[in-house]
Ligand binder design. Structure first.
Ligand code: FSO
Ligand code: SF4
Length: 521
């Protein structure tokens, strides 16, 4: 096996014996085979000018299946490969296709090819959620064909870089599409306080990013005496009017994904994984974990959708009632309990306060805005983000998004002009909100985003973070800080391009970076 797609890759070089994430060699090899089959399907569709709805969906879901911490189930990956092959044959493709060597070749070319492929895996996740809610954009869907074909073609370094920047722009469209899908289906998020303790009685925990799954679960548990708690990236769901209207959407359970093995131990309730990040389970709670959609793990119960996307969550509901939950209201102290978390500051809520923010910046009440966001992970260097946020001066705002926020979203940093100093914009795809806010401010100050008193301090873990980074670069955003380590798949020369052209900086120490950003040196 060879895999170097995520931040925790072995020795920051590549997983070769077994994945740090728990992925086994056979699974890794099957995922490579799946990617090769997707490339052949895209090539056949383009060559024969026969794009189909089924192929569209296979490209997105297939890429998403291979994203970090999504699918560890060999049988389901094999089944997926069979579906791709059968669709390829249906549209006039060859019986058998050659195996492709994705990770072999000249270092810089492998690096550029991997960057594009990993970015596309991230975009596939966003396109998948949009499609679940009935939202599609032809330019985005068509780019999956274009990008997959491009991966199996020869390009010069300049051509690869141009393709990657073009991809970044398409991914912005895809994030905009998902924003329309989420707000069009569930309304514009409003600032919302979220409880982190667990009420007595039966409950279900729902993790991942898919709001449609949450909506169906809320509908099916209505008036059944079952409370629903979000976990990880599902926390921002509380801000959407169409979801918060359910009184049994009771709070948020636990912290970021990498703590799940500890936090799920002994909970008297089932947990549904709608997307990543799923970790190998300890035996103590394995019988309570359910998967759906592209998520898979051998031995877990998988909830499938019918042809209209409807799912039947009865197995979880029955188990929740059987387990009964906690006897008394349960304090989760130690794992974020006892705090109220605040979410719902997507672009709608922040821009409703745009005048206030703009005049606060003009009057000097807000001296700087930081976007500290991205994905969390187990790397020890990730304490940087907690320390960095703690050190932000009182006259600065901190925008955040994705699961990296669990490093500091329980800190009380006070308020600035009636706004909390930490504003949670949502999930990782809500980077779209951050971009919208930045562009609005640039407009108001008649300058470029790079001239605003704004700095992006990003944490990355898996491939959605890769597509977001490529979008930010394609918008020409400079001097971003990235950590906790630079991606192993970026070769030295590619890093040099990013540093020289975009001023991308690896994080160092919180004080040192803060001083440099605020010009205090
Ligand atoms: Fe986190 Fe996992 Fe949103 Fe990622 S839960 S790490 S970038 O999947 O998707 O932030
Ligand atoms: Fe290693 Fe990450 Fe790949 Fe898992 S996804 S095998 S941890 S590089």
């Amino acid at each position: 096996m060879f895999c170097f797609q995520c931040q925790q890759t072995a020795g920051n070089k590549g997983c070769t014996r077994v994945g740090v994430c728990g992925k086994q060699p056979e699974t890794a090899n099957l995922q490579d085979e799946l990617i090769c089959e997707l490339i052949h399907l895209a090539e056949t569709a383009v060559k024969n000018e026969r794009r189909t709805k089924t192929a569209d969906r296979l490209l997105m879901d297939g890429l998403f299946t291979t994203l970090t911490n999504v699918n560890f189930d060999n049988a389901s990956i094999r089944h997926f490969i069979d579906r791709i092959v059968s669709e390829r044959k249906k549209i006039g493709g060859a019986q058998d296709c050659p195996k492709l060597e994705l990770w072999k070749g000249e270092t810089d070319i492998v690096s550029l090819r991997s960057t594009l492929l990993f970015g596309m895996k991230g975009m596939a996740a966003y396109a998948h959620h949009s499609m679940n809610l009935g939202y599609e954009d032809d330019e985005v869907t068509a780019w999956f064909y274009k990008g997959l074909c491009a991966i199996n073609e020869e390009h010069t370094v300049e051509e690869w870089l141009a393709l990657i920047m073009e991809f970044g722009k398409v991914n912005l469209k895809c994030m905009e599409l998902l924003d329309s899908a989420n707000t069009g289906s569930f309304g514009t998020p409003v600032p919302t306080r979220v409880n982190t303790d667990i009420k007595a009685g039966p409950f279900i925990v729902i993790s991942g990013h898919d709001l449609k799954d949450l909506a169906q679960l809320l509908e099916q548990t209505k008036d059944k005496g079952i409370n629903i708690y979000t976990h990880g990236e599902m926390l921002p769901a509380h801000g959407y009017p169409g979801l918060k209207k359910y009184p049994h959407l009771a709070g948020n359970f636990g912290t970021a994904w990498q703590s799940q093995q500890k936090e799920f131990e002994n909970i008297p309730a089932p947990v549904l994984f709608t997307t990543n990040c799923l970790m190998p389970q300890r035996p103590s709670y394995r019988d309570r974990i359910y998967t759906t959609s592209v998520v898979g793990y051998e031995g877990l119960t998988h909830i499938t959708a019918d042809e209209h996307g409807n799912k039947d969550f009865t197995p979880l509901i029955e188990q929740a009632l059987e387990l009964g939950g906690y006897e008394h209201d349960h304090s989760m102290s130690g794992i974020n309990g006892g705090h109220m978390l605040t979410t719902g500051f997507a672009h709608g809520a922040v821009l409703a306060n745009a005048e206030k923010v703009i005049s606060a910046i003009k009057e000097g009440a807000i001296k700087h805005i930081f976007l500290v966001g991205g994905c969390d992970g187990a790397h020890p260097g990730r304490n940087y983000y907690t320390e960095f946020v703690k050190q932000t001066p009182m006259d600065t705002l901190v925008l955040t998004l994705a699961c990296g926020k669990y490093r500091f979203n329980d800190l009380d940093l006070g308020e600035i002009g009636g706004l909390p100093r930490i504003l949670d914009m949502g999930q990782c795809n809500d980077a779209y909100s951050a971009i919208k806010v930045a562009l609005t401010l640039a407009d108001a100050f008649e300058c470029s985003v790079n001239d605003l008193p704004l700095t992006l301090v990003l944490s990355w873990y898996e491939q959605k973070a890769v597509c977001i980074l490529l979008t930010l670069l394609s918008l020409g955003i400079k001097n971003m800080y990235l950590g906790p380590t630079l991606p192993a798949f970026l070769s030295e020369s590619v890093v040099k391009v990013l540093v020289d052209t975009y001023g991308l900086q690896p994080i160092t120490a919180p004080e040192q970076d803060m001083d440099a950003i605020l010009g205090r040196r």
